[in-house]
Ligand binder design. Structure first.
Ligand code: TXA
Ligand code: MG
Length: 350
C-alpha cells in the first residue's frame, strides 16, 4: 500500500485534504493523525474490520482495547451506557483535552474495538486536525498511538511513517505534538474513580473537579508482575528502546558523577553509550552521546521530548542508555511511569 503523507498547516487547515482523510476513515481505511498528546492511528470506531486492520498494522495483541475519539461531548452517550455524572463533570473541565474516560459500553460498540471488554474508553482530543478528521469522517474514530506495538509512541509524523509506511492509507502531518505523553486514563466503572494510566491531567486535578477521592491502579505502581494493571495495554513491555537502559536517581551532583563512572566502565568494555541529560546538566557528562531531554525548569519540555529521545537512541544504535530520573513536581509520575518501563525498572538509587 502506498501511504500518502499530507502536511497540514494548523493555521490554515486544508479542507480538501481533510475531506480526503475523512473519506478514507468512512471507507474503513486507516489514517495517522496528530493529537495534543501523541499521534494516533485512526479507523472507524464502530466497525470491527477497521479495528482488525488497526491491530494488524500495529502488530498489536487484539485483547488490548482502543480509545474511541469523539468531536462532540454529546457523543459520549453514543458509545457509553449509564454514563455517570462524574463523566459530565470531567468532560466539562477537561474536554477537549488529554483525558480518557472508561465507562460501560453500548451494544453498538463492537467487542473488536474494546478488546472483548464490556467497557469503552472515550476521549475528545484537543487538536484542530484530530477534531476536523472526526467531523469530516462522520464517524467516531478508534485510535491507539500510531507506533508499531512495543515501540515508543510517535510525537512527530516522521515517527509514524518510520513505523507504518506502506501499512496504512494516509498520515496527516500536523508537526510535533504539544504534550508528548499519552492521555490520563480514568476508570469510572469502579466504586472509586481509578487512574489506569497517569498523564498530563493529575490525580489532584481530577479529585478537585470530582469532589471525591481518586485512586491509582496499584497494578501500575508495582515494579514486579504480582499485581496486574487493569488497562490491558499497561501490562505489556512498552516504550522499549533497543538498548539496555538504566535510570540513576539521586542528588544532581551524585547522579552526574555516577553516570560518568558507569559510562567509563561501559566504554572500557567497548560499548556505545548514550546519556539522557537535562539542559541544566548536559555539559557535565563525558559520554560521546549526550541527549538533552529538556529543562527541569520546564517539566513539560521533558514530557514533550521523551519519546523522541528514546527513538533517537535506537537510530544511533547505542547499546547502553544511562538516564537521569525525572520526578518533577506535577507530571513526574506520568513521565517516570513511561521511563521505568523503557528501562525495565532498572534503577540505581544513590
Ligand atoms: O493520548 C492518547 O490516549 C493516545 C492518543 C492517540 O489519543 N492514544 C493512546 O492509545 O495512547 P493506546 O491504544 O496506545 O493506549 C490505550 C490504553 C491501553 O493501555 C489500553 O489497554 C487502555 O487504554 N484501554 C482502552 N480501553 C480500555 C478499557 N475499556 N478498559 C481498560 N483499559 C482500556
Ligand atoms: Mg500506545
Amino acid at each position: 500500500m502506498n501511504t500518502k503523507l499530507y502536511k497540514i498547516d494548523l493555521n490554515n487547515i486544508d479542507a480538501e485534504k481533510m475531506q480526503e482523510a475523512g473519506d478514507l476513515i468512512a471507507a474503513g481505511e486507516l489514517v495517522g493523525f496528530p493529537t495534543e498528546t501523541v499521534y494516533g492511528l485512526g479507523g472507524d470506531g464502530l466497525r470491527p474490520d477497521a479495528a482488525k486492520k488497526i491491530y494488524e498494522a500495529k502488530g498489536r495483541p487484539s485483547d488490548n482495547p482502543l480509545i474511541i475519539h469523539i468531536a462532540e461531548v454529546s457523543d459520549l452517550d453514543r458509545v457509553g451506557k449509564n454514563v455517570p455524572e462524574q463523566a459530565r463533570k470531567l468532560a466539562d473541565a477537561f474536554w477537549p483535552g488529554p483525558l480518557t474516560m472508561i465507562v460501560w459500553k453500548k451494544d453498538e460498540v463492537p467487542f473488536a474495538t474494546t478488546g472483548g471488554l464490556n467497557t469503552v474508553a472515550v476521549r475528545m482530543p484537543n487538536h484542530p486536525v484530530a477534531l476536523e478528521l472526526i467531523r469530516r469522517s462522520g464517524k467516531l474514530i478508534a485510535a491507539p498511538s500510531a507506533n508499531t506495538s512495543g515501540r515508543p509512541s510517535p510525537t512527530e509524523a516522521s515517527h509514524v511513517m518510520g513505523d507504518l509506511d506502506g501499512r496504512i492509507a494516509m498520515v496527516l502531518d500536523g508537526g510535533p505534538v504539544g504534550i508528548g505523553i499519552e492521555s490520563t486514563i480514568i476508570d469510572l466503572t469502579e466504586p472509586v474513580p481509578m487512574i489506569l494510566r497517569p498523564g498530563y491531567i493529575t490525580p489532584e486535578m481530577l479529585s478537585e473537579v470530582l469532589g471525591e477521592e481518586v485512586i491509582i491502579d496499584p497494578g501500575i505502581i508495582a515494579a514486579d508482575d504480582t499485581t496486574k494493571p487493569k488497562a490491558p495495554g499497561m501490562k505489556y513491555k512498552h516504550y522499549a528502546p533497543k538498548a539496555d537502559m538504566v535510570i540513576v536517581d539521586g542528588e544532581e551532583a551524585a547522579v552526574v558523577e555516577k553516570i560518568n563512572a558507569l559510562t567509563q566502565e561501559a566504554h572500557a568494555s567497548g560499548k556505545k553509550v548514550a546519556v539522557v541529560a537535562t539542559e541544566e546538566t548536559k555539559d557535565r557528562y563525558t559520554s560521546d552521546v549526550v541527549l538533552n531531554i529538556g529543562a527541569r525548569q520546564d517539566e513539560d519540555s521533558i514530557a514533550r521530548h521523551m519519546y523522541k529521545i528514546l527513538r533517537e537512541c535506537d537510530k544511533l544504535d547505542v547499546e547502553v542508555i544511562f538516564s537521569e530520573s525525572f520526578k518533577t513536581p506535577r507530571i513526574g509520575q506520568a513521565i517516570m511511569n513511561r521511563l521505568l518501563k523503557a528501562a525495565a525498572h532498572q534503577v540505581i538509587h544513590l
